[in-house]
Design a protein around this ligand. Structure first.
Ligand code: PLP
Length: 449
């Protein structure tokens, strides 16, 4: 989810498209042409456009398990999983049944419904740092509200985020490092006033010195540090041992809040998310994606004394007409119940290991330099021989090569996210045979790069 200039600047791309086998998808092409007349860029979220890899997106008619069926009748093995939520696979029968049953009782009430309480309890059981939780409608809303809450609670204005981390599209979060990691932020999107962006400090990820100097200079003004459970919106890279502990300690010492953005990692890397894996107790956590079981849900939760600063108890305003929507609560609850009732995480990790081992071998025998990154069921292969620990490293990858790899796999019925800077997701509906088939196909495609 990198800004445009970082994902789309690739002069060689034009060349490589000329040699790509173009799969014929006439219905998708017609729909996309129509969409362009009605919807900016033809899509309702920019990452769905194929801008970083060339070509046009396909349209989906239905999805089941690990597969998408396009309007043109192609079956695709899906490693996007609706960008994370589909951890159980598409159209899981328990989730569909729960949504249907909820719909029969009405689609929205605007007054409290019992499912809100049940899902809140479930989230607290899964994630012990969450003492109270508020539901909203997206990960963006969750992060935006968590930051307002942290600012209201600490009575400070500054926010510290990391280069390459995405926390949704709220104003103060659309900021990258600019020319220097230690300088004040520049807006990343048109329409974000510089007066807002100046309150956002940006540090390179995995750089303890940069973090320490920002705290030394601004520690008493920092309301919160926000970081992803694992950075997975510039591909995927992992925290070095001790880095998250350092964030937690600097926050504690300076009175800033530690916000852990688990919109992607929550309920994916473990029942208790990345904070369970790393043994962290953040002040606030944000959730989205899996927590809605495929329906629009976000949530923020954490320390009760902080959460009670939210209206109507406290002075920080946060609201939503459809927040706690009964269909969305039912879907999220069914997803979390299913994850708790099965050995999904162990299985997902095994599938992840299988894919990783196979792809590393395949790249080696093809003589292609790839940095494979994986944690549990999340993965990314950067086309570079340089180790990747942060955004600057990730930007060394060969995006034209990724585009060829992407189209090679798509032509063979395997769908990765259409950008080098996105993570892939394995679902519990993937089988070892699916993974093996992916490895075989990737091995062939890698030899053509
Ligand atoms: C997807 C994502 C968001 C934004 O969530 P939306 O539901 O798309 O608004 C925020 N943070 C992280 C880490 C994400 O991956």
């Amino acid at each position: 989810m990198l800004p445009r200039e970082q994902t789309e600047t690739c002069p060689q791309l034009i060349l490589c498209f000329n040699v790509l086998a173009i799969v014929n998808r006439p219905k998708s092409e017609a729909l996309f042409a129509a969409a362009l007349a009605h919807i900016p860029g033809g899509v309702n979220s920019p990452v769905r456009a194929f801008r970083a890899v060339g070509g046009n997106p396909f349209f989906v008619e239905s999805a089941l398990g690990a597969h998408l069926r396009t309007v043109d009748g192609d079956e695709l093995l899906d490693y996007v999983g609706t960008w994370g939520p589909a951890i159980l696979g598409h159209a899981h029968p328990r989730i569909i049944a729960a949504v249907k049953a909820a719909a029969d009782r009405g689609t929205s009430f605007g007054v409290p419904n019992p499912l809100e309480v049940t899902l809140a309890q479930r989230v607290k059981e899964f994630v012990p740092s969450v003492q109270k939780v508020r539901f909203c409608n997206s990960g963006t809303e969750a992060c935006m509200s968590a930051i307002r809450l942290a600012r209201g609670f600490t009575k400070r204005d500054k926010l510290l985020k990391f280069d390459g981390c995405y926390h949704g599209h709220a104003d103060s979060l659309l900021v990258k490092a600019g020319s220097g990691a230690l300088t004040l932020g520049q807006p990343d999107s048109a329409g974000v006033p510089a007066d807002f962006a100046k309150h956002t400090l940006v540090a390179p990820f995995n750089d303890p010195e940069a973090l320490r100097s920002l705290f030394a200079a601004h520690g008493q003004e920092i309301a919160a540090v926000i970081v992803e459970g694992v950075p997975a919106n510039a591909g995927l890279y992992l925290p070095r041992p001790g880095f998250y502990e350092l964030i937690a300690r600097l926050c504690r010492e300076s009175g800033a809040l530690f916000i852990f953005d688990e919109v992607m990692t929550g309920f994916r890397l473990a029942q208790g998310g990345a904070q369970q894996l790393f043994g962290l107790t953040p002040d606030l956590s944000t959730f989205g994606k899996i927590i809605g079981g495929g329906l629009p849900v976000g949530a923020l939760g954490g320390r009760a004394d902080v959460m009670d600063y939210l209206a109507p108890l406290g002075p920080v305003y946060q609201a939503g007409t459809l927040s706690g929507n009964p269909l969305a609560m039912a879907a999220g609850l069914a997803a979390l119940n299913e994850l708790a009732a099965t050995d999904a995480y162990a299985r997902l990790d095994q599938l992840g290991q299988q894919l990783e081992a196979g792809l590393i071998d395949a790249a080696k025998s093809a003589g292609v330099a790839v940095q494979w990154k994986r944690i549990g069921s999340m993965f990314c292969g950067y086309f570079t021989d340089r180790p990747v620990w942060n955004l600057a490293d990730a930007l060394h990858s060969d995006r034209a090569r990724f585009a060829k790899f992407f189209h090679g796999l798509l032509g063979a019925g395997i769908y990765l996210a259409p950008s080098q800077f996105e993570a892939g997701f394995i679902s519990a509906a993937h089988t070892p045979a699916d993974i093996e088939q992916t490895i075989q196909t990737a091995a062939k495609v890698l030899k053509t790069l």
